[in-house]
Design a binder for this molecule. Structure first.
Ligand code: NAD
Length: 437
Protein backbone atom coordinates (compact mmCIF):
# COMPACT_ATOMS: atom_id res chain seq x y z
CA UNK A 1 0.00 0.00 0.00
CA UNK A 2 1.38 3.42 -0.80
CA UNK A 3 0.20 6.29 1.34
CA UNK A 4 0.66 10.01 1.63
CA UNK A 5 2.97 10.80 4.48
CA UNK A 6 3.62 14.12 6.17
CA UNK A 7 6.88 14.18 8.12
CA UNK A 8 7.23 16.94 10.72
CA UNK A 9 10.89 17.74 11.33
CA UNK A 10 13.46 17.70 8.52
CA UNK A 11 16.47 16.82 10.70
CA UNK A 12 18.60 13.66 10.64
CA UNK A 13 15.67 11.35 11.32
CA UNK A 14 12.95 13.25 9.45
CA UNK A 15 14.97 13.67 6.26
CA UNK A 16 16.05 10.04 6.22
CA UNK A 17 12.53 8.83 7.05
CA UNK A 18 11.00 11.05 4.37
CA UNK A 19 13.53 10.12 1.68
CA UNK A 20 13.34 6.40 2.47
CA UNK A 21 9.53 6.34 2.48
CA UNK A 22 9.60 8.18 -0.85
CA UNK A 23 11.99 5.53 -2.14
CA UNK A 24 9.54 2.86 -0.99
CA UNK A 25 6.96 4.48 -3.27
CA UNK A 26 5.08 6.79 -0.89
CA UNK A 27 4.37 10.46 -1.50
CA UNK A 28 6.04 12.49 1.24
CA UNK A 29 5.76 16.10 2.37
CA UNK A 30 8.50 17.19 4.76
CA UNK A 31 7.59 20.07 7.01
CA UNK A 32 10.04 22.04 9.13
CA UNK A 33 9.67 25.24 11.14
CA UNK A 34 12.99 26.59 9.83
CA UNK A 35 12.33 28.42 6.53
CA UNK A 36 16.05 28.43 5.66
CA UNK A 37 16.18 24.65 5.94
CA UNK A 38 13.17 24.27 3.64
CA UNK A 39 14.73 26.72 1.17
CA UNK A 40 17.95 24.72 1.08
CA UNK A 41 16.00 21.49 0.50
CA UNK A 42 13.91 23.05 -2.24
CA UNK A 43 17.12 24.10 -3.99
CA UNK A 44 18.12 20.44 -4.02
CA UNK A 45 20.76 20.72 -1.30
CA UNK A 46 20.96 18.62 1.86
CA UNK A 47 21.48 20.58 5.09
CA UNK A 48 23.19 17.71 6.95
CA UNK A 49 25.96 15.25 6.16
CA UNK A 50 24.63 11.72 5.84
CA UNK A 51 26.24 9.38 3.30
CA UNK A 52 23.95 8.64 0.32
CA UNK A 53 21.15 10.96 1.41
CA UNK A 54 21.71 13.53 -1.35
CA UNK A 55 21.44 10.87 -4.06
CA UNK A 56 18.36 9.30 -2.45
CA UNK A 57 16.58 12.66 -2.23
CA UNK A 58 17.53 13.46 -5.82
CA UNK A 59 16.27 10.08 -7.04
CA UNK A 60 12.90 10.63 -5.35
CA UNK A 61 12.43 14.29 -6.12
CA UNK A 62 9.05 13.59 -7.79
CA UNK A 63 7.63 12.08 -4.61
CA UNK A 64 9.17 14.55 -2.12
CA UNK A 65 8.04 18.08 -1.36
CA UNK A 66 9.15 20.50 1.33
CA UNK A 67 7.13 23.09 3.19
CA UNK A 68 6.94 25.21 6.32
CA UNK A 69 3.13 25.13 6.26
CA UNK A 70 1.17 22.71 8.45
CA UNK A 71 -1.90 22.86 6.19
CA UNK A 72 0.14 22.03 3.08
CA UNK A 73 1.83 19.13 4.88
CA UNK A 74 -1.31 17.44 6.19
CA UNK A 75 -3.38 18.11 3.06
CA UNK A 76 -4.35 14.65 1.80
CA UNK A 77 -1.97 12.92 4.24
CA UNK A 78 -2.84 9.52 5.68
CA UNK A 79 0.02 9.64 8.18
CA UNK A 80 1.63 12.47 10.11
CA UNK A 81 5.07 11.38 11.25
CA UNK A 82 6.62 13.29 14.14
CA UNK A 83 10.42 13.48 13.79
CA UNK A 84 11.12 16.65 15.73
CA UNK A 85 13.93 16.97 18.25
CA UNK A 86 13.48 15.94 21.89
CA UNK A 87 16.63 17.42 23.45
CA UNK A 88 17.46 17.23 27.13
CA UNK A 89 16.34 19.94 29.52
CA UNK A 90 18.44 21.22 32.43
CA UNK A 91 16.77 18.62 34.64
CA UNK A 92 17.77 15.78 32.32
CA UNK A 93 14.16 15.11 31.28
CA UNK A 94 13.31 15.17 27.57
CA UNK A 95 12.11 18.53 26.23
CA UNK A 96 8.87 17.67 24.46
CA UNK A 97 7.90 21.20 23.47
CA UNK A 98 8.45 20.54 19.74
CA UNK A 99 6.35 17.36 19.98
CA UNK A 100 3.51 19.25 21.69
CA UNK A 101 3.70 21.96 19.06
CA UNK A 102 3.04 19.37 16.35
CA UNK A 103 0.13 17.89 18.32
CA UNK A 104 -1.35 21.32 19.03
CA UNK A 105 -0.98 22.45 15.42
CA UNK A 106 -2.73 19.41 14.01
CA UNK A 107 -5.94 20.64 12.35
CA UNK A 108 -9.31 18.93 12.70
CA UNK A 109 -9.88 16.74 9.65
CA UNK A 110 -12.97 14.97 8.33
CA UNK A 111 -11.08 11.75 7.62
CA UNK A 112 -8.98 9.35 9.64
CA UNK A 113 -5.26 9.99 9.86
CA UNK A 114 -2.61 8.41 12.04
CA UNK A 115 -0.17 10.46 14.08
CA UNK A 116 3.04 8.41 14.23
CA UNK A 117 5.74 9.16 16.80
CA UNK A 118 9.26 8.61 15.41
CA UNK A 119 10.89 10.98 17.87
CA UNK A 120 12.27 9.34 20.99
CA UNK A 121 9.92 10.21 23.82
CA UNK A 122 9.61 9.12 27.47
CA UNK A 123 7.27 6.26 28.26
CA UNK A 124 3.82 7.70 28.91
CA UNK A 125 4.02 10.36 26.19
CA UNK A 126 1.64 8.44 23.93
CA UNK A 127 -0.96 8.29 26.70
CA UNK A 128 -0.69 12.05 27.18
CA UNK A 129 -0.90 12.78 23.45
CA UNK A 130 -3.92 10.47 23.12
CA UNK A 131 -5.65 12.31 25.99
CA UNK A 132 -4.83 15.70 24.43
CA UNK A 133 -6.19 14.62 21.04
CA UNK A 134 -9.35 13.29 22.65
CA UNK A 135 -9.76 16.49 24.66
CA UNK A 136 -9.72 18.40 21.36
CA UNK A 137 -12.30 16.05 19.89
CA UNK A 138 -9.76 14.62 17.41
CA UNK A 139 -10.95 11.06 17.87
CA UNK A 140 -10.41 10.33 14.18
CA UNK A 141 -6.67 10.85 14.68
CA UNK A 142 -5.05 7.52 15.51
CA UNK A 143 -1.81 7.37 17.47
CA UNK A 144 1.10 4.99 16.91
CA UNK A 145 4.53 4.80 18.49
CA UNK A 146 7.03 3.78 15.81
CA UNK A 147 10.45 4.59 17.30
CA UNK A 148 13.50 4.96 15.08
CA UNK A 149 16.70 2.97 15.63
CA UNK A 150 18.85 4.34 12.81
CA UNK A 151 22.40 5.45 13.51
CA UNK A 152 23.88 8.51 11.85
CA UNK A 153 26.48 7.60 9.24
CA UNK A 154 24.61 4.41 8.29
CA UNK A 155 21.11 5.88 8.48
CA UNK A 156 19.84 4.86 5.03
CA UNK A 157 20.92 1.26 5.45
CA UNK A 158 19.52 1.16 8.99
CA UNK A 159 16.14 2.48 7.83
CA UNK A 160 15.89 0.19 4.82
CA UNK A 161 17.29 -2.93 6.55
CA UNK A 162 16.27 -2.56 10.19
CA UNK A 163 16.68 -5.36 12.72
CA UNK A 164 13.04 -4.81 13.58
CA UNK A 165 10.23 -2.30 13.16
CA UNK A 166 8.43 -1.51 16.40
CA UNK A 167 4.79 -0.53 16.15
CA UNK A 168 2.93 0.30 19.35
CA UNK A 169 -0.69 1.32 19.03
CA UNK A 170 -3.91 1.86 20.94
CA UNK A 171 -5.95 0.59 17.99
CA UNK A 172 -4.90 -2.57 16.09
CA UNK A 173 -6.16 -1.06 12.82
CA UNK A 174 -3.74 1.87 13.22
CA UNK A 175 -0.92 -0.56 13.95
CA UNK A 176 -1.88 -2.47 10.82
CA UNK A 177 -1.70 0.49 8.43
CA UNK A 178 1.62 1.69 9.86
CA UNK A 179 3.10 -1.83 9.66
CA UNK A 180 1.91 -1.93 6.05
CA UNK A 181 4.16 1.05 5.22
CA UNK A 182 7.14 -1.21 5.87
CA UNK A 183 5.66 -4.22 4.07
CA UNK A 184 8.37 -4.34 1.41
CA UNK A 185 11.14 -4.53 4.01
CA UNK A 186 12.09 -7.94 5.34
CA UNK A 187 12.33 -6.84 8.98
CA UNK A 188 10.22 -8.43 11.69
CA UNK A 189 7.45 -6.17 12.94
CA UNK A 190 7.13 -6.01 16.73
CA UNK A 191 3.54 -5.11 17.52
CA UNK A 192 2.92 -3.98 21.04
CA UNK A 193 1.16 -1.42 23.21
CA UNK A 194 2.27 2.22 23.04
CA UNK A 195 4.11 2.32 26.40
CA UNK A 196 6.10 -0.83 25.63
CA UNK A 197 7.09 0.54 22.21
CA UNK A 198 8.33 3.71 23.89
CA UNK A 199 10.26 1.63 26.43
CA UNK A 200 11.82 -0.62 23.75
CA UNK A 201 13.52 2.48 22.30
CA UNK A 202 14.67 3.88 25.64
CA UNK A 203 15.84 0.52 26.98
CA UNK A 204 17.71 -0.31 23.76
CA UNK A 205 19.74 2.88 23.90
CA UNK A 206 20.32 2.46 27.62
CA UNK A 207 21.61 -1.07 27.11
CA UNK A 208 23.92 -0.10 24.25
CA UNK A 209 25.32 2.73 26.39
CA UNK A 210 25.78 0.30 29.26
CA UNK A 211 27.85 -1.99 27.05
CA UNK A 212 30.10 0.92 26.08
CA UNK A 213 30.64 2.05 29.66
CA UNK A 214 31.23 -1.57 30.67
CA UNK A 215 33.96 -2.19 28.09
CA UNK A 216 35.50 1.21 28.90
CA UNK A 217 35.81 0.19 32.54
CA UNK A 218 37.30 -3.15 31.48
CA UNK A 219 39.77 -1.13 29.36
CA UNK A 220 40.72 0.99 32.33
CA UNK A 221 41.41 -2.11 34.40
CA UNK A 222 43.32 -3.65 31.46
CA UNK A 223 45.65 -0.64 31.54
CA UNK A 224 46.44 -1.35 35.18
CA UNK A 225 46.95 -5.09 34.85
CA UNK A 226 48.62 -5.30 31.44
CA UNK A 227 45.82 -6.90 29.41
CA UNK A 228 44.72 -5.76 25.93
CA UNK A 229 41.06 -4.72 25.76
CA UNK A 230 40.83 -5.28 22.00
CA UNK A 231 41.76 -8.94 22.50
CA UNK A 232 39.46 -9.14 25.49
CA UNK A 233 36.53 -7.69 23.52
CA UNK A 234 37.24 -10.04 20.62
CA UNK A 235 37.24 -13.03 22.93
CA UNK A 236 34.10 -11.87 24.71
CA UNK A 237 32.26 -10.99 21.51
CA UNK A 238 32.63 -14.47 20.05
CA UNK A 239 30.37 -15.74 22.81
CA UNK A 240 26.98 -15.83 21.09
CA UNK A 241 25.31 -14.84 24.34
CA UNK A 242 27.27 -11.58 24.29
CA UNK A 243 27.88 -10.69 20.63
CA UNK A 244 30.55 -8.31 19.37
CA UNK A 245 28.63 -5.06 19.02
CA UNK A 246 29.31 -2.07 21.22
CA UNK A 247 32.37 -3.60 22.83
CA UNK A 248 34.83 -1.05 21.46
CA UNK A 249 36.71 0.76 24.18
CA UNK A 250 37.34 4.45 23.63
CA UNK A 251 36.92 7.89 25.09
CA UNK A 252 33.22 7.51 25.74
CA UNK A 253 29.99 7.90 23.83
CA UNK A 254 28.35 11.12 22.71
CA UNK A 255 25.88 12.15 20.05
CA UNK A 256 22.35 13.35 20.02
CA UNK A 257 20.83 10.11 21.31
CA UNK A 258 22.66 8.02 23.92
CA UNK A 259 23.45 10.76 26.45
CA UNK A 260 20.01 12.35 26.32
CA UNK A 261 18.07 9.09 26.12
CA UNK A 262 19.77 7.48 29.12
CA UNK A 263 19.38 10.68 31.06
CA UNK A 264 15.68 10.79 30.11
CA UNK A 265 15.24 7.15 31.21
CA UNK A 266 17.04 7.79 34.48
CA UNK A 267 14.82 10.81 35.14
CA UNK A 268 11.69 8.95 34.07
CA UNK A 269 12.52 6.20 36.56
CA UNK A 270 13.24 8.78 39.26
CA UNK A 271 10.05 10.70 38.56
CA UNK A 272 8.17 7.40 38.85
CA UNK A 273 9.76 6.59 42.22
CA UNK A 274 12.62 4.31 41.18
CA UNK A 275 16.33 5.05 41.51
CA UNK A 276 17.97 3.59 38.39
CA UNK A 277 21.36 3.00 39.98
CA UNK A 278 22.99 1.22 37.04
CA UNK A 279 22.24 4.06 34.61
CA UNK A 280 23.69 6.61 37.03
CA UNK A 281 26.96 4.66 36.90
CA UNK A 282 26.86 4.33 33.12
CA UNK A 283 26.57 8.11 32.83
CA UNK A 284 29.32 8.76 35.39
CA UNK A 285 31.72 6.27 33.80
CA UNK A 286 31.18 7.96 30.45
CA UNK A 287 31.87 11.42 31.82
CA UNK A 288 35.10 10.26 33.48
CA UNK A 289 36.18 8.37 30.37
CA UNK A 290 36.25 11.53 28.26
CA UNK A 291 38.53 13.16 30.80
CA UNK A 292 41.06 10.31 31.00
CA UNK A 293 42.74 11.64 27.86
CA UNK A 294 43.87 14.65 29.89
CA UNK A 295 45.73 12.35 32.30
CA UNK A 296 47.40 10.56 29.39
CA UNK A 297 48.55 13.89 27.97
CA UNK A 298 49.85 15.03 31.36
CA UNK A 299 51.75 11.76 31.76
CA UNK A 300 53.86 12.74 28.75
CA UNK A 301 53.74 16.53 28.76
CA UNK A 302 53.38 17.43 32.42
CA UNK A 303 51.64 20.78 32.81
CA UNK A 304 49.51 21.38 29.72
CA UNK A 305 49.77 25.15 29.90
CA UNK A 306 50.74 26.51 26.47
CA UNK A 307 51.13 22.99 25.07
CA UNK A 308 49.68 22.75 21.58
CA UNK A 309 47.29 19.83 21.26
CA UNK A 310 45.72 18.74 17.95
CA UNK A 311 42.27 17.17 18.35
CA UNK A 312 41.69 15.03 15.28
CA UNK A 313 37.99 14.46 14.68
CA UNK A 314 35.25 16.61 16.14
CA UNK A 315 32.01 14.81 15.24
CA UNK A 316 30.79 12.37 17.87
CA UNK A 317 31.54 9.54 15.46
CA UNK A 318 32.74 9.11 11.87
CA UNK A 319 30.27 9.46 9.00
CA UNK A 320 28.39 12.42 10.44
CA UNK A 321 28.78 16.15 11.01
CA UNK A 322 26.69 15.93 14.19
CA UNK A 323 28.41 17.74 17.08
CA UNK A 324 25.71 17.18 19.68
CA UNK A 325 27.30 15.91 22.94
CA UNK A 326 30.52 15.15 21.05
CA UNK A 327 33.35 14.05 23.40
CA UNK A 328 35.60 16.47 21.47
CA UNK A 329 33.73 19.37 23.09
CA UNK A 330 34.46 18.14 26.62
CA UNK A 331 38.05 17.36 25.73
CA UNK A 332 38.67 20.74 24.08
CA UNK A 333 37.05 22.58 26.97
CA UNK A 334 39.17 20.69 29.52
CA UNK A 335 42.33 21.45 27.54
CA UNK A 336 41.43 25.12 27.23
CA UNK A 337 40.78 25.19 30.97
CA UNK A 338 44.34 23.88 31.42
CA UNK A 339 45.49 26.82 29.23
CA UNK A 340 46.58 24.50 26.43
CA UNK A 341 46.43 25.68 22.83
CA UNK A 342 43.84 23.62 20.94
CA UNK A 343 43.92 22.94 17.20
CA UNK A 344 41.15 20.88 15.64
CA UNK A 345 40.46 19.10 12.38
CA UNK A 346 37.42 17.27 11.05
CA UNK A 347 36.55 16.38 7.44
CA UNK A 348 32.90 17.47 7.75
CA UNK A 349 32.02 18.77 11.22
CA UNK A 350 32.65 22.31 12.35
CA UNK A 351 33.06 23.60 15.90
CA UNK A 352 33.94 27.19 15.13
CA UNK A 353 30.88 28.49 17.00
CA UNK A 354 30.98 25.88 19.77
CA UNK A 355 34.72 26.25 20.43
CA UNK A 356 35.67 29.79 19.46
CA UNK A 357 38.90 29.57 21.50
CA UNK A 358 40.16 26.60 19.46
CA UNK A 359 41.63 26.94 15.96
CA UNK A 360 39.91 24.77 13.36
CA UNK A 361 42.35 23.66 10.66
CA UNK A 362 41.52 22.61 7.09
CA UNK A 363 43.93 19.64 7.05
CA UNK A 364 45.40 17.12 9.48
CA UNK A 365 48.86 18.43 8.58
CA UNK A 366 47.94 21.97 9.56
CA UNK A 367 46.41 20.76 12.82
CA UNK A 368 49.49 18.80 13.92
CA UNK A 369 52.06 21.40 12.82
CA UNK A 370 54.14 22.32 15.85
CA UNK A 371 51.85 20.27 18.11
CA UNK A 372 53.03 18.66 21.34
CA UNK A 373 50.45 15.91 20.91
CA UNK A 374 47.86 14.66 18.44
CA UNK A 375 44.71 13.10 19.88
CA UNK A 376 42.53 10.83 17.76
CA UNK A 377 39.06 11.78 18.99
CA UNK A 378 36.95 10.42 16.13
CA UNK A 379 38.06 7.37 14.16
CA UNK A 380 37.75 8.92 10.71
CA UNK A 381 39.33 6.60 8.10
CA UNK A 382 41.50 9.55 7.01
CA UNK A 383 43.42 9.12 10.27
CA UNK A 384 44.33 5.46 9.71
CA UNK A 385 47.78 6.43 8.35
CA UNK A 386 48.46 9.18 10.89
CA UNK A 387 51.66 7.55 12.17
CA UNK A 388 53.78 8.48 9.17
CA UNK A 389 57.09 10.30 8.92
CA UNK A 390 55.58 13.45 7.44
CA UNK A 391 53.31 13.88 10.49
CA UNK A 392 56.10 13.04 12.93
CA UNK A 393 58.36 15.67 11.37
CA UNK A 394 55.65 18.31 11.47
CA UNK A 395 55.00 17.86 15.19
CA UNK A 396 57.00 19.54 17.94
CA UNK A 397 56.84 16.20 19.80
CA UNK A 398 55.87 12.90 18.21
CA UNK A 399 53.10 11.93 20.62
CA UNK A 400 49.82 10.32 19.58
CA UNK A 401 46.99 9.69 22.02
CA UNK A 402 44.68 7.27 20.22
CA UNK A 403 41.29 7.69 21.86
CA UNK A 404 39.67 5.14 19.55
CA UNK A 405 42.32 2.41 19.29
CA UNK A 406 42.45 3.14 15.56
CA UNK A 407 46.16 2.56 15.02
CA UNK A 408 48.43 -0.46 15.33
CA UNK A 409 50.54 0.21 18.46
CA UNK A 410 53.66 -1.54 17.17
CA UNK A 411 53.58 0.26 13.85
CA UNK A 412 53.11 3.63 15.55
CA UNK A 413 56.04 3.02 17.84
CA UNK A 414 58.22 1.81 14.97
CA UNK A 415 57.40 5.08 13.19
CA UNK A 416 59.02 6.91 16.12
CA UNK A 417 55.98 8.15 18.01
CA UNK A 418 55.25 7.93 21.69
CA UNK A 419 51.82 6.33 21.81
CA UNK A 420 48.95 5.99 24.23
CA UNK A 421 45.71 4.24 23.51
CA UNK A 422 42.75 2.93 25.51
CA UNK A 423 43.06 -0.32 27.44
CA UNK A 424 46.03 -1.65 25.49
CA UNK A 425 49.57 -1.91 26.83
CA UNK A 426 51.08 1.55 26.52
CA UNK A 427 54.66 2.54 25.99
CA UNK A 428 56.29 3.87 29.11
CA UNK A 429 59.73 4.65 27.70
CA UNK A 430 60.00 7.77 25.57
CA UNK A 431 60.35 7.38 21.81
CA UNK A 432 63.75 8.05 20.24
CA UNK A 433 64.43 11.75 20.02
CA UNK A 434 61.57 12.48 22.38
CA UNK A 435 61.74 13.76 25.90
CA UNK A 436 59.03 15.03 28.21
CA UNK A 437 60.02 18.31 29.76
N1 NAD B 1 19.72 11.51 15.17
C1 NAD B 1 19.64 10.21 15.40
O1 NAD B 1 20.59 9.45 15.17
C2 NAD B 1 18.37 9.61 15.95
C3 NAD B 1 18.17 8.22 15.87
C4 NAD B 1 16.99 7.69 16.38
C5 NAD B 1 16.04 8.53 16.96
N2 NAD B 1 16.28 9.87 17.04
C6 NAD B 1 15.25 10.73 17.62
O2 NAD B 1 14.56 11.35 16.56
C7 NAD B 1 14.17 12.68 16.94
C8 NAD B 1 14.72 13.68 15.95
O3 NAD B 1 16.13 13.65 16.02
P1 NAD B 1 17.05 14.40 14.95
O4 NAD B 1 18.44 14.01 15.25
O5 NAD B 1 16.49 14.17 13.59
O6 NAD B 1 16.77 15.92 15.37
P2 NAD B 1 17.16 17.23 14.55
O7 NAD B 1 17.39 18.28 15.57
O8 NAD B 1 18.23 16.93 13.56
O9 NAD B 1 15.85 17.58 13.72
C9 NAD B 1 14.66 18.03 14.29
C10 NAD B 1 14.00 18.97 13.30
O10 NAD B 1 12.69 19.25 13.75
C11 NAD B 1 12.39 20.59 13.40
N3 NAD B 1 11.20 21.03 14.15
C12 NAD B 1 11.09 21.49 15.40
N4 NAD B 1 9.80 21.75 15.69
C13 NAD B 1 9.07 21.45 14.60
C14 NAD B 1 7.70 21.48 14.27
N5 NAD B 1 6.78 21.87 15.17
N6 NAD B 1 7.32 21.11 13.03
C15 NAD B 1 8.23 20.69 12.14
N7 NAD B 1 9.54 20.63 12.39
C16 NAD B 1 9.96 20.99 13.60
C17 NAD B 1 13.68 21.33 13.71
O11 NAD B 1 13.73 22.58 13.08
C18 NAD B 1 14.70 20.33 13.17
O12 NAD B 1 14.99 20.59 11.81
C19 NAD B 1 14.67 12.85 18.37
O13 NAD B 1 13.64 12.53 19.26
C20 NAD B 1 15.79 11.85 18.47
O14 NAD B 1 16.00 11.43 19.80
C21 NAD B 1 17.42 10.43 16.53
Amino acid sequence: MSGRIAVFGAGYVGLVTGACFADLGHRVVLRDVLPEKIEVLRRGEIPIYEPGLDALVERNRDRLTFTTEVAEAVDGADFVYVAVGTPPTYSGDADLSAVWRVVDELPALDRRIVLVMKSTVPVGTGDKVRAALDARGLTNVGYVSNPEFLAEGTALHDFMSPDRVVVGAFDPADAGVVAELYATLTAPIVRTDVSSAEMIKMASNAFLSTRISFINEIANVCELVGADVTAVAEGMGLDHRLGRHFLKAGIGFGGSCFPKDISALKQLAGNSGYHFQLLSSVIEVNELQKRRVIGKLQKHLGDLRQRRVALLGLAFKPGTDDMREAPSLVLASRLLAEAAEVRTWDPVASAEHLLPAATQCPTVEKAVEGADAAVIVTEWPELADLARAEIRDLMARPLIIDGRNLLDPEQVRRAGFAYECIGRPSQTAAAPGYSAE
